[in-house]
Design a protein around this ligand. Structure first.
Ligand code: ADP
Length: 509
């Protein structure tokens, strides 16, 4: 029971904090202000009209009475205004006429009788304005009816002072039953009821509308709650051109990007495991074979050499994976300094010359123009080395690999070209992808025990280094003719004032 009450309380609190409730409340508040202003205006206008109607009517009556008193009929006989027959009689049923002295004491009266009139007469005298001919006063008064029983009714009084030769003689008071107060009350009540009814309807309607408008938000929230790492293929697919459809579209786009990122991650882990499994399998097989029976010394040597090659391959793979992980997580710190690209190219050539001569590949420096860029020496050296190494690795004996550094279109351009086997056009767009190897048969999967055979990470590291230096890389290749990699880097405009440490991801992003 307690939990049910708690749940209801929480539900109410959630409702009171909800956007739809707040929107509705604001809407109703604004409507209330508009309705109040409208009602006051209508009430004011109507009351004025009602009063002027009633006063007009009273004035007619007043002038009829005055005409009657001046007529010979009254002067000749003792005819009272109540006893004149017909519709035009000065006083009609319910009316009253009183002459007051200047102090409010009744001198003469006709028509209906007011019970205990003294206090009222004083008020009427007080209300009479000496400056204006007629004053109006409205009051609920007890009128004596049949059997002398006082019945309260609403009366409108017209009071006028009477003077003769500048001397105040008293007042004439004409009273007539009026429904003015009742009409005003009924008008106020209907305006109030109408407004409250409209507000209630507006609140319910507003809530319904806000609920409808907010439903897509609830759908988005529900979908977001349901989406986990394993079902990132869910989409909202909300149709329409409104703000919520655009929000849902943005959300779908974000889920799409997350899905792609997760997919890349999964693929990366799968590829990395696959790459590590091959050398591990070879090592296990080789060690198992060596241990299965007594072997000769050359056989042990051969087994150990295989283990060394595969161990070296795993070390390189793990190093490359760590480099990529550092780059992805933004932990790779680039130390930007003024670098002469031609000098760096010579260093790389020098470093790789032994490998080239080992493979009988001719490694040569072409046009090395002095161009300065802002860059990290270690990373740029790794980038050039990877490109040269690929040229040496994939070209056979007798092929040529050449490096050029030139200034082109306001950029520093580094060209690594070779006369090797080239890359088939279908593979070209993917060579910078991680773990992508254009011709897998040429690398270690084919059983080649070459230490420098690739793992498909070299060019993706190259591409990352180039992008983190604000540059771009392109490749052109013809099968059996050769490949040219072109790296364009921004020229250093002015000499670097001080060393500047930048997280590589700052530049890549
Ligand atoms: P790997 O470590 O396998 O060399 P890379 O990312 O450096 O990986 O290269 C990806 C693929 O692109 C290689 O497997 C190879 O098929 C192809 N490739 C790269 N450079 C050359 C080149 N100079 N000549 C021919 N093929 C190349």
């Amino acid at each position: 029971m307690k939990t049910r009450v708690q749940a209801a309380g929480q539900g109410l609190a959630a409702f009171l904090h909800s956007v739809r409730f707040r929107i509705t409340l604001w809407f109703v508040l604004i409507l209330a202000v508009v309705l109040a202003a409208f009602s006051f205006f209508i009430y004011g206008m109507q009351t004025r009209d009602l009063q002027s109607d009633a006063v007009g009517h009273m004035q007619d009556k007043f002038f009829r009475i005055m005409t009657f008193f001046r007529s010979p009929a009254w002067q000749l006989s003792e005819l009272s205004p109540t006893s004149v027959p017909g519709n035009d009689a000065p006083l009609q049923k319910g009316d009253l006429l009183i002459f007051l002295d200047p102090y409010g004491a009744i001198q003469q009266r006709w028509g209906e009788t007011i019970s205990a009139p003294d206090a009222l007469m004083k008020e009427l005298v007080g209300a009479a304005d000496q400056r204006s001919a007629l004053s109006i006063y409205e009051q609920v008064v007890p009128v004596l009816g049949a059997n002398n029983v006082a019945v309260k009714s609403d009366y409108l009084f017209l009071i006028t002072p009477v003077t003769r030769d500048g001397v105040a003689l008293g007042y004439v008071v004409v009273g007539s039953p009026s429904d003015l107060i009742g009409q005003q009350h009924r008008l106020a009540a209907s305006l109030l009821l109408g407004s409250v009814g409209m507000l209630v309807l507006a609140f319910l309607g507003g809530l319904w509308l806000a609920d409808r408008a907010m439903r897509p938000v609830a759908d988005i929230a529900r979908a977001a709650r349901n989406i986990s790492e394993h079902d990132l293929d869910q989409r909202l697919n909300m149709r329409g051109r409104d703000e919520l459809a655009s929000l849902a579209g943005t959300f779908d786009g974000m889920i799409g990007r997350l899905q792609a990122a997760f997919e890349r991650q999964r693929q990366f882990v799968a590829d990395a495991s696959h790459e590590l499994r091959t050398p591990l399998t070879i090592i296990n097989l080789e060690v198992g074979r060596a241990l299965s029976s007594r072997r000769s010394a050359p056989e042990y040597k051969r087994a150990l050499e295989t283990v060394e090659v595969e161990g070296g391959r795993m070390t390189r793979l793990v190093n490359d994976l760590m480099t990529l992980a550092r780059m992805d997580s933004g932990q790779a710190i680039l130390q930007f300094t003024d670098i002469d690209l031609s000098e760096l190219a010579s260093s790389a050539v020098e470093r790789l010359s032994p490998l080239a001569s080992d493979r009988s590949v001719q490694l040569e420096c072409g046009n090395l123009t002095e161009v300065h860029v802002s860059g990290d020496r270690q990373y740029l050296l790794q980038m050039i080395s990877n490109l040269l190494e690929n040229g040496i690795k994939y070209g056979g004996a007798g092929e040529r690999v050449r490096i050029d550094v030139v200034r082109k279109d306001g950029q520093a351009v580094l060209l690594v070209s070779d006369t090797g086997p080239g890359i088939p056009p279908k593979d070209l767009p993917a060579v910078f992808d991680r773990f992508y190897r254009a011709d897998k048969a040429r690398t270690h999967n084919g059983g080649d025990d070459d230490e420098s055979s690739g793992n498909g990470l070299g060019l993706s590291i190259v591409s990352w280094i180039v992008r983190s230096h604000g540059g771009s890389i392109t490749v052109e290749s013809r099968v059996n003719e050769g490949t040219v990699f072109e790296v364009a880097l921004p020229l250093l405009v002015s000499p670097q004032p001080a060393r500047e440490n930048i997280t590589a991801s700052d530049k890549v992003r």
